[in-house]
Ligand binder design. Structure first.
Ligand SMILES: [Zn+2]
Length: 75
């Protein structure tokens, strides 16, 4: 399973770069992937979602947005 190297920050729109390295066996559903915003320096933790449970119209980033709202961490 692939996860993006970079996502857009919900707060400031700047790119957030992935902090986590891929596990040897690859990303699995339920894994946490951490990103650091290059703009506001917030950290975002994304849960890898099951693509079978995502509607064709939605993307990982759309899924991640919902998760972001509840998983934001203060620095
Ligand atoms: Zn930001």
């Amino acid at each position: 399973m692939e996860v993006p190297e970079k996502i857009d920050c919900i707060d400031c729109g700047q790119p957030c770069y992935r902090l986590s390295f891929p596990p040897e066996e690859g990303w699995a559903i339920g894994d946490y992937v951490a990103y650091r915003c290059s703009g506001c320096n917030d950290r975002w933790d994304v849960v890898v979602a099951d693509p079978d449970e995502i509607t064709p119209q939605s993307s990982l980033s759309a899924e991640a947005r919902a998760v972001f709202e509840s998983r934001r961490q203060d620095n």
